[in-house]
Design a binder for this molecule. Structure first.
Ligand code: PHE
Length: 358
């Protein structure tokens, strides 16, 4: 039985010497695998006579059992050691100083557009977009502003080089041309808002040649002025977070809506302090109206079947009011100190719960 004894000694040594679970597995295969030493020893039993086989068989089985137990024990020890080593290596030094706060922050324009989007999307609107460079027809004519219409002068349009009038492209003076694109492309019911850049040749503390608007358009069979009022009153109250904010609709004129109105919200200017809410004063924040049937027809929509409302507002103006930013030009000066002061954390995602209601 020398063979088995020698083997036992060798294997026990090899198992003890295995420094890793991989090395131990190699030892196991060398003993118990298909061509392993113990397996080979088992195979010699076949050529023995019965008595010898009985004796040798017991011996080899005992050896096998002993080696299996030794391997299992060593395995548990090695796995424990390997886990300890990994935990040590992956240890986090909680005494290290925190990483410096990320320097970037969200520009108030992006924040306010995001806040408006959240409010209107809650009401069932989806977001649409259109090009900054527009054909004259989309920016004016289709919106019932024919050439020579005085409203064209009011818009201080930037024209791109090109042929005279009608054919010249323009930098869109409002987001309203996206109403036209949408009505041409989609069948009612339509319920969209359009945030985007707009351009007018004007520059002072309350005007910038590039500014932002959010447009809204609702078209279906039964939408009426009551829906327009409900929608915009709700929007103003959610946007400025004043539940009973006074909202006033003042008759106005836009060629693309009829009737048209401008919306004012209540405010006070007592003691040099400006405050939004109940008060003796009003502040205009947006334009709106029922879509002019001529505009619907210009887009191929049957104005005897469909009707709806539209609105448009300046994002900078609302951002200035909501966050107390005094000069519109500062929005576009890219002054990092300004941005740090008025900007928002990238993690402060606006929502109807939290976020917007900071
Ligand atoms: N486009 C108008 C403007 O720029 C705003 C507006 C949009 C008014 C939609 C009524 C309806 O002043």
């Amino acid at each position: 039985m020398d063979n088995a004894d020698n083997l036992r000694g060798d294997l026990i040594c090899a198992i003890a010497a295995a420094e890793s679970t991989n090395a131990l597995e190699a030892v196991r295969v060398s003993a118990l695998g298909k061509k392993g030493t113990i397996t080979k020893l088992m195979k010699t039993l076949g050529s023995m006579d019965p008595d010898e086989r009985k004796l040798e068989g017991q011996e080899i089985n005992a050896l096998k059992a002993e080696v299996c137990i030794a391997i299992d024990e060593r395995k548990v020890a090695l796995e424990g050691a390997e886990l300890d080593a990994r935990l040590m290596a992956e240890q986090v030094d909680i005494s290290l100083p925190v990483r410096p706060r990320s320097k970037g922050c969200v520009h108030p324009i992006s924040q306010v557009i995001e806040e408006m989007t959240v409010i209107f999307c809650e009401m069932g609107f989806t977001v649409a977009e259109g090009p900054d460079i527009e054909e004259d027809w989309y920016n004016f004519t289709a919106l019932n502003i024919p050439p020579e219409h005085p409203a064209r002068q009011e818009h201080d349009t930037f024209y791109l080089p090109g042929k005279k009038n009608g054919d010249r492209k323009v930098l869109r003076t409002h987001t309203s041309p996206v109403q036209i694109h949408t009505m041409q492309e989609k069948e009612p019911p339509i319920r969209i808002i359009v945030p985007g850049r707009t351009y007018r040749c004007d520059y002072d503390a309350t005007h910038s040649p590039m500014f932002h608007q959010v447009e809204g358009l609702v078209i279906d069979e039964n939408t009426h002025m009551g829906h327009l009022k409900g929608c915009l009153i709700e929007f103003c109250r959610a946007m400025f977070q004043v539940d009973d904010l006074p909202v006033r609709f003042r008759p106005s004129y836009f060629p693309f809506t009829e009737p048209s109105a401008e919306v004012d919200i209540g405010c006070t200017r007592a003691d040099g302090e400006f405050r939004i809410g109940h008060g003796d004063d009003w502040l205009e924040i947006l334009g709106c109206g029922m879509v002019n049937p001529k505009v619907l027809e210009n887009c191929g929509i049957d104005s005897t079947k469909y009707q709806g409302f539209a609105f448009g507002m300046g994002v900078e103006r609302i951002a200035m009011l909501k966050y107390g930013i005094p000069d519109l030009r500062t929005f576009f000066e890219s002054d990092l100190r300004w941005l740090k002061h008025y900007g928002f954390s990238a993690l402060d995602v606006p929502g109807m719960v939290g976020g917007v209601n900071r």
